[in-house]
Design a protein around this ligand. Structure first.
Ligand SMILES: NC(=O)N[C@@H](O)C(=O)O
Ligand code: NI
Length: 169
């Protein structure tokens, strides 16, 4: 394994993140009023994908309490071929979404996005990603993903570790 390579975190936009999944954020999203106008619904920001054997298949909601990876060097990435996985910050914990497109893993296609503490992302089924990377201790996330039969986690070890770098300015 060679020395790490730096990868600068990009701002998270729907367009930039589209190859990997969706951004969960009310900003810039369409909405409509419900509950006699007392509530604004930012509808279908992301889609939950549940694939594979129907028996016992369901979407579940969990809370992940994560700690920063120290040193911040990514050597492993994973994908969930049978379901999407969403992470929504619930105590203002910004995190890094380190991703690569679904399909055969291409280390040169890895990208790093900075997800703010009032945003979330939904990894599409099969999107390669680093396991949860909070930037501060005890960061809580609402996680929506799949419970069911079959292998839903493939892992790959990187030939060259990735060191995410915060953008300057
Ligand atoms: N293992 C687990 O449930 N979490 C990972 O999938 C992750 O992306 O953090
Ligand atoms: Ni995952």
């Amino acid at each position: 394994m060679t020395g790490p390579r730096n990868l600068v975190a990009e701002p998270l936009t729907r367009e930039a993140f589209a190859p990997f999944g969706e951004v969960i954020d009310a900003r810039g999203a369409d909405s409509f009023p419900i509950n006699q106008g007392r509530t604004e619904r930012f509808h279908a920001l992301a889609a939950v994908e549940l694939l594979g054997e129907a028996e016992g298949l369901r979407g579940i909601l969990s809370i992940f309490r994560g700690q920063p990876l120290e040193p911040l060097e990514i050597t492993l990435m994973e994908r969930h071929p049978l379901g999407s996985q969403a992470f929504v910050a619930i105590n203002d914990g910004a995190f890094l979404a380190v991703v690569a497109p679904p399909g055969e893993f291409d280390e040169s296609a890895v990208r790093v996005f900075l997800v703010r503490g009032d945003q979330g992302v939904n990894y599409r089924a099969g999107t390669w990603h680093a396991p949860l990377l909070p930037l501060k201790p005890d960061s809580d996330y609402l996680v929506v993903d799949r419970q069911g039969q079959g292998n839903n986690c493939d892992e790959v070890t990187l030939d060259t570790p990735i060191k995410p770098v915060m953008p300057t300015g």
